[in-house]
Ligand binder design. Sequence first.
Ligand code: FE2
Ligand code: FE2
Ligand code: FE2
Length: 326
Amino acid sequence: MTPNDIQEQLIKYLTDAHSIERQALVQMKAAPGMAGDAEMAAVFEQHRTETEEHERLVDERLTALGASPSKIKDIAGAVTGAGFGLFAKLQPDTPGKLVAHGFSYEHMELAAYDMLARVADGAGAAETAQMARRIEAQEAAMAERVAGMFDRALDASLRDLSPDDLRDQIRKYLEDAHAIEAQAIQLLSKGPDLAGTSELASIYEEHLAESREHQQLIDNCLKSYGARPSRLKDAALRMGALNWGMFFGAQPDTPAKLAAFSYAFEHLEIAAYELLRRMAGRAGDEQTKSSAETILREERAAADKVHRAFDSALDASLEAQGVAAR
Ligand SMILES: [Fe+2]
Ligand SMILES: [Fe+2]
Ligand SMILES: [Fe+2]
C-alpha cells in the first residue's frame, strides 16, 4: 500500500468533518430561537462560536494537506447526499425535540472526530490527530451540557400545558418512541450484512432483538393511553425523514459510517427515553417510567458497545478500500 492511500482517507474524513460542522452551524444558528429558555439558548449560542472555530480548524488542516477547494466541494456534496444530512431533516419543533436532536448530533460529531483521530494516527498526521481530539473533547462537553438540559427542556415544553395535556404529551412521546424503534429495527436488520466485522454484526443482531422488545414495551404503555394505529402511522411518517437509503447499498466505507451513525442514533433514543421517563415521572405513570428506564439501560449499553468497536469498523472500511490496516 502506498502512503497516498491513507492520505486520501485522511482528506476524506476531514471533509466529512467539514460538512458535519457546516450542518451543525445551521443548527446552532436556529437553536437559540427554539430553545424557549434563556439559559438553554445561551448554551447553544456558546457552541455556535465553538462550531465556527471547528469549521475553521478543519478547513485549515484540509488546506495544509493540499486538498483543493473543488475536491472538498465534491466530497462534501457526496457526503451530504449520502446521509450525514439525515439528521438535519429531523426538524425539532419543541424544546424537548431540540435537546434530543442536539444530544444525538453532538455524538455524531464526537464519532466523526474520534474516527478522524484514529485515521490521522494511522497516517502519522500528528497535528491533525491532535486537532481532532481537541474538538472531540469539545463535542463531548457540549453533549454533556445538552444532557444537563433535559429537565429544563421539559419545563419549557410543558410550561403552558394543563395536567390533561401532560397525558397527551406522554402519548405523543410514546408514539414517537414507537416510531424510533421501528427505525432502529429497520436499520439494525440490515446491520449484520453491512457491519464489516463479525463483532459488529453480532452487536447489531443482539440490539435488533432488544429493539423488538423495546417496541413491545412501548406498545404496552400505549395501550393505557388508548392509542390508535393511525396515530402510530403518523408518528412513523414524522420520523420518515430518516431514511436509510445510503446504508442499504453497501459502500466500501459503510462499516465505519454505519458504526458512527448507529452510535448517534442510539443517543437519539437515549435522549428520547430520558425525556419520556422524566415526563412519566411527573405524571405519576409508573409503567411508562419503569419501561423507559429499562430500555434506557439497553440503549446506553448498545451505544458503548458500538463505540468500543470503532477501531474494527475503521479497519474494515480501510481494508475494503485497499488501504493497509493500521
Ligand atoms: Fe463541532
Ligand atoms: Fe458540536
Ligand atoms: Fe437502540
